[in-house]
Write a protein that binds this ligand. Sequence first.
Ligand SMILES: [Zn+2]
Length: 70
Amino acid sequence: MKASSESGYFYSRSPYKEAFDIEFAQEQLEGEMYKYRCKSCKVLTTDINGRLENHGDGCEYKLLRMAGSA
Ligand SMILES: [Zn+2]
């Protein structure tokens, strides 16, 4: 295997691509210019930290994603 194809393989297997999930609908907190939260479960994006499991119980986005990936 050539070195170039090996590095390409490495990047396609990067865990970060799958671990970070930031496609959910967000809303800005009132009066907080740099704070956002999930529109469905109201958990701060800084608490979610790109992880699907950090969304609140019953979060529509979380349920949707879990159903889609099952
Ligand atoms: Zn959520």
